[in-house]
Write a protein that binds this ligand. Structure first.
Ligand SMILES: N[C@@H](CCC(=O)N[C@@H](CS)C(=O)NCC(=O)O)C(=O)O
Length: 219
């Protein structure tokens, strides 16, 4: 049995979505960032950094969503969701897996400052402005990549989309997507996928973001 160690609406959604796209059976063990469950020694033995996702599969445990994604694609090539060594889009595929984490690190920083910090702790408006500008710049890259194509790779949907597409759940809380029509159409295509809808049905309503949009306070 495959077991996904999961925090709802976190990066582990990437793996849940990929498992759904592959039609694999899996169990879910759920954690929360704030209740100490990620610091349980039994969990730290699986994911030493106390982060999610971790995936138990084929008699081993893997942490880090890009590594899990790559492993699933390599060991289950029949689903056609990876671009394996020697294939034409291999380099682009690997780049997008890593780029998803480059962008997610900015989202994580904004989540920390805009959502988790509670008074009297106060985020720096200067840092927030810089981080939002960095996130917007990272969206521009996706906008350009999607010019004339539906998915990140010209040949069609792949696990690059499950890695990076997940980020686009969070991005609209911080960046106005009005100037990014390709990205908005991409999000609509993601939302239309049955596997993505299955993930949302399992997750239930998100209660992480309390506002529709988090504007940067005036400097
Ligand atoms: N690079 C890792 C990042 C994993 C990560 O930081 N996950 C977050 C949830 S999105 C987490 O577990 N946070 C718990 C914490 O920071 O204590 C990956 O892509 O799997």
């Amino acid at each position: 049995m495959i077991t996904l160690h999961h925090i709802p609406y976190s990066r582990s959604m990437r793996i849940m979505w990929l498992l759904e796209e592959m039609g694999l059976d899996y169990e879910v063990e759920t954690y929360a960032i704030t209740d100490g469950s990620l610091r349980d020694p039994a969990y730290l033995a699986k994911s030493p950094g106390g982060r999610a996702p971790a995936l138990e599969i084929d008699g081993q445990v893997i942490f880090e969503s890009p590594a899990i994604t790559e492993y699933l694609c390599e060991t289950r090539p029949e689903h056609g969701l990876g671009r394996l060594a020697g294939e034409a889009e291999r380099i682009a595929f690997l780049q997008w897996l890593s780029y998803a984490e480059t962008q997610a690190s900015t989202i994580a920083s904004l989540n920390l400052q805009m959502v988790f910090l509670r008074p009297p702790a106060k985020a720096s408006p200067v840092v927030l402005k810089l981080e939002v500008a960095r996130l917007r710049a990272s969206v521009k890259v996706i906008e350009a990549a999607l010019d004339g194509q539906d998915w990140l790779l010209p040949s069609g949907f792949s696990a690059a989309d499950t890695m990076l597409g997940f980020n686009l759940f969070a991005v609209p809380f911080f960046v106005d997507l009005t100037p990014f029509p390709n990205v908005r159409a991409y999000i609509a295509r993601i939302q239309a996928r049955p596997a993505y809808q299955a993930v949302l049905a399992k997750e239930g309503p998100q209660n992480f973001y309390a506002q529709d949009f988090y504007p940067v306070p005036e400097v």
